[in-house]
Design a protein around this ligand. Structure first.
Ligand code: FBP
Length: 696
């Protein structure tokens, strides 16, 4: 053994230093990358022009609660000039701005800050940008930093929200509004920029209304990997095709999913089950499906529309209506998945990769009912007892006892309790980890925390159970290649044709399927004996046993959760450009005195020179939704549109991707996230497909 190097020498060696430094060449390249600027931002002064052609109907409640911002119009950032000296001075006046991240991280957030900072300083170097720490809490509690060039420079084009960190606090009381206003007034802010998802942009609208009298403007920025902030006018004009972060997260997931597809196809032994984030909407699943051509992908929004045709037909014959035929249950869903698994197995493909959207439970009948009922029960408990349900009843047993007491009329005397005996029985049949999951604490906005529930486990447990039944029925079998069968038989001096008709249900086919009645070596022997291919006193010939064992499927899964990795991923080229321009748009909205608007870029699906910076009135995007058992005014989430080009393309190709046939799998390998290149991967595939219009 050679002598060991001094550790100090090793650690200080330039080669070691180079490879272990926190800052590698990828980071250096990222920090130096200059995102493209929409042309107008290279000019000097801008003007906001109302775009009354974009129409939205307003919610009644929004009109009542947000009177000062409900009449906002869509505004386009356009060139302004020639300007008088006074106008120029006004535009370039010294400003103090505040910025806050809110909700889950999304790749590109730092570039929003960079775009805002660069534009702010460009017009007046004396202007200041303050960043509130740890999300809305920083705003309420006046915890902030002044954002410097150095801080911006080390975060340019980098993922995460680590520059300021983030939080999910909802600014939902007069007290929190007042404290937020006080913070902004103390800092003499001209405007606050809220970088957040649907709930955070809802917050931004309420703040804009509350701050109106003070003159402090509030601008939102559409962030969320879920991709569910999309804005389309009443006439179908798309103003915001997707939120930032969606593309990068989907690309990060897709790369992993594609690697798993490779693994599956190579080792031929696992079904890789990938749960993919997206609290309610399945946009990330749809995009990942299109990116990877995964064997099977489930789109929650489609399952909600599921109709059990067999059940419907049966009811029709009996001249009745079976309401249970509408919508999907966990049992139905597991049957649909099993169907794909079994069909592929018949062609020797007992492996695959499956994508399950995190929010799928929202679309499953019985679970959705549980979620709604439990949301209400928890909210009512908190109000009536002025105590937190989860603190007061910490364990599953205590919580379940409470539910049982409701069902037995012990909590109130309502003859139709919200939690009835049937609910309790059904709930009891669920595995305890899942009951725990359904009772998990709701987030501060009252949302069910799908990410905390092992959805993939409950679904796959049911799939496994049903596959066992199908195995016993002789339905789930692995197809054996005819050529392989023949070579085994010939190598053992046995006549393949003699045995094929006895063992297989489809002799002569390219993939041979063992007869349904042969489910064990015992039944195999019975079949061989009754067809006089062996004597009852003998052992089954070795090669036949070998073939039988090959036909017996083992269903093995590996489960994966893709969510947090994508949220923390480095932004794609698309997201770097998108977010930098969003930051600049936010500045120009503020300079044009807008408030209650969300910065957005129109024409994202087109070439960069078509991108158009706009402001969208947030109040017009609101509707009433049940949260914490009450109706609340929030921004409406955009779900997967089953009539969209993207969904229809996926639907028409998915049978091919299941590849339950003699051909190969059709997996697609997306390239890694990178800066260079102009390819179909430079923007979300769903966006590209949805932008295709009729032939002109
Ligand atoms: P935002 O809407 O705040 O962007 O967050 C979305 C999300 O990433 C969901 O996909 C996921 O369900 C949730 O955050 C998980 O959040 P948490 O950080 O609370 O675990």
């Amino acid at each position: 053994m050679g002598s060991e190097l001094e550790l100090d020498y090793l650690l200080n060696h330039p080669i070691a230093n180079n490879v272990i430094s926190n800052v590698n060449s990828e980071t250096i390249d990222r920090r130096l990358f200059l995102p493209k600027k929409i042309q107008i931002f290279s000019k000097k002064y801008s003007l906001l022009k109302d775009q009354p052609q974009y129409r939205f109907s307003s919610d009644k409640e929004a009109k009542k609660i947000l009177p000062d911002i409900i009449n906002n119009k869509v505004q386009k950032v356009t060139l302004n000039g020639p300007l008088s000296e006074t106008q120029k001075q006004a535009f370039s006046s010294k400003r103090n701005l505040g910025v806050v991240f809110s909700g889950g991280p999304a790749p590109g957030g730092h570039n929003v800050v960079a775009g805002l900072y660069d534009e702010l300083k460009k017009y007046n170097f004396g202007s200041k940008l303050f960043g509130f720490l740890l999300g809305p809490d920083g705003l309420i509690e006046s915890r902030y930093i002044e954002i410097t060039k150095e801080l911006v420079d080390i975060h340019r084009n980098m993922g995460g929200f680590s520059m300021l960190q983030t939080g999910r606090t909802k600014i939902d009381s007069k007290g929190k509004m007042e404290s937020s206003l006080k913070t902004c007034m103390n800092l003499e802010l001209d405007a606050l920029v809220v970088i957040g998802g649907d709930d955070s942009n809802t917050n931004a609208a309420f703040l804009a209304q509350y701050f109106k009298a003070s003159g402090i403007k509030v601008i939102g920025v559409p962030k969320t990997i879920d991709g569910d902030i999309q804005v389309t006018t009443d006439d179908g004009d798309v103003l915001c095709a997707t939120s930032f972060g969606f593309h990068s997260a989907a690309r990060a997931f897709s790369q992993n999913i594609s690697n798993l597809a490779n693994d599956g196809e190579s080792t031929v032994k696992y079904w890789h089950v990938c749960k993919v984030m997206g609290r309610v909407a399945s946009h990330l699943t749809l995009e990942s499906a299109l990116q990877t051509h995964a064997t099977l992908s489930l789109i929650g929004e489609e399952l909600a529309d599921y109709v059990d045709q067999d059940r419907l037909e049966k009811a029709r014959k009996n001249k009745t209506i079976d309401y249970n035929a509408f919508g999907i249950t966990l049992r139905h869903l597991s049957r649909l998945i099993c169907d794909v698994i079994v069909k592929r197995a018949t062609f020797g493909k007992n492996y695959g990769v499956m994508i399950i959207p995190e929010g799928i439970l929202e679309y499953i009948n019985e679970i959705q009912v549980f979620i709604i009922k439990l949301n209400k029960i928890i909210a009512e408990y908190n109000t009536i007892h002025d105590l937190d349900f989860h603190l007061a009843l910490p364990g599953l047993t205590e919580k379940h006892d409470y539910l049982r007491r409701i069902s037995q009329g012990m909590i109130d005397k309502n003859p139709f309790p919200i939690w009835n005996i049937r609910d309790d029985e059904l709930f009891n049949q669920l595995p305890s980890f899942f009951r725990d999951g359904l009772l998990v604490e709701r987030d501060l906005h009252g949302n069910f925390q799908f990410s905390q529930v092992k959805t993939e486990k409950i679904i796959m447990d049911m799939v496994k159970e049903y596959l066992d039944v199908l195995k016993e029925q002789g339905v789930y079998k692995i197809g054996i290649k005819n050529t392989e069968y023949k070579s085994i038989m010939v190598a053992n001096d046995m006549d393949p044709d003699l045995y094929a008709g006895v063992i297989f249900r489809n002799p002569g086919a390219k993939y041979l399927l063992v007869k349904k009645i042969i489910i064990s070596q015992k039944t195999l022997k019975q079949e061989l004996v009754s067809n006089e291919l062996m004597d009852a006193g003998n052992d089954i010939p070795g090669p036949i046993v070998e073939l039988f064992l090959k036909s017996q499927p083992k269903f093995k899964t590996q489960t994966h959760f893709y969510g947090y990795n994508g949220r923390g991923s480095a932004p794609s080229h698309f997201d770097c450009n998108y977010t930098y321009n969003l930051g600049m748009t936010a500045f120009h909205l503020i300079a044009g005195n807008a408030t209650g608007q969300m910065a957005a870029i129109r024409n994202l699906e087109m070439d960069f020179d078509q991108w158009e910076p706009i402001g969208i009135p947030i109040a017009k995007l609101m509707h009433l939704e049940e949260r914490k058992g009450k109706l609340e005014l929030v921004i409406e989430k955009s779900l997967v549109d089953l009539n969209s080009n993207a969904f229809r393309v996926y639907k028409s190709l998915r049978k091919k991707w299941v590849a339950a046939d003699l051909g190969p799998d059709h997996y697609r390998q997306p390239a890694p996230i990178r800066f260079a290149g102009e390819t179909e991967e430079d923007r979300p595939i769903t966006l590209v497909l949805n932008s295709i219009g009729p032939e002109k």
